[in-house]
Design a protein around this ligand. Sequence first.
Ligand SMILES: [Zn+2]
Ligand SMILES: [Zn+2]
Length: 253
Amino acid sequence: MKIRILGCFGSRIPGRFTSSLLVDDKLLLDAGTISSALSQKEQLALEGIVLTHAHMDHIVDLAFLADNIFGRPESMPIWAPQPVLDAVQNHLFNDFVWPDFTKLPSKGEPTIKMIPLDDSGSGEVAGYRLKWARTNHPVHTVGYCVQGSDGSMFYSADTSTTDDLWQMARGCEDLKIAFVEASFPNRMENLAKISGHLTPAMLQQELLKFGDRDIPIKVFHMKPQFLEELQTELAALNDDRLQVLDGGEVFEV
Ligand SMILES: [Zn+2]
Ligand SMILES: [Zn+2]
C-alpha cells in the first residue's frame, strides 16, 4: 500500500494544505487538497473518493476536481455515509454555490456519482475492504480502516474522545500505519472539546484505547497557526511511534 499525503492541516496557509490522502494513486481519502497537488492526468486516473465528513477542509477540492475531470467517460464515485453525501449535495453541488455535477453533463452519465455507505460499518470500494465507525465531531463523521491485499491503514478523521472509533481501529486486520488528528494545543482543550477535536494530551489518552501496537502513527489536522506549539507538545509525549506530518510525504507499507 502506498499512501501519499496531499494535505494534512486543519486550515490553509501558503505551503500547507487541507486533508487528503492518496492511496495507491487511485483512491482518495477526503478531498481537502486535489487540484493543487495532482496533475490533470492524475486527477483523471482517480478511481474514487471516500469522505469522512462534509466540513469544508475535507471536501473543498471536489468542486475543482469536478471541473477538471468533466467529460471523463466514467463517473467519479464518491463514497460516504448518506448524511455526509446529503450535505455535499445540498450545500456544494446545489446549482447555487457550484453546478450540480451529479446531473452534468447528463443525469444518466454524470461527472460525479454519490454512493452511500450503509449502517453495517463495512463494505468494498475500489478493490479495498473498508470499515467505518462514527467519531465524536459536530457533524456526521466517520473514521476508516482501509484494507488492501497487503495490509491495512487506519484514518481517524476529525474526532474528539470516542470509544467506537478505537474499537474499530483495534479490529483493523494486518494494520500497517495509522493517521490520527491533533488540532489544538493543550491550553485550548476546551475549544478542542467544543469543536470535536483533540489536543496532544487528549490524543495521548485516546491512544491508550488503541493499545500498545508498534506501528507508525502519523499526526495530521494541525491548525497551522498553532503548529510549533503542537510539534513541541507532541514531541513531549515521548511516543516513538508518533510523527507530525508536513504534507508531501509518501509512505510505502
Ligand atoms: Zn477538518
Ligand atoms: Zn471537521
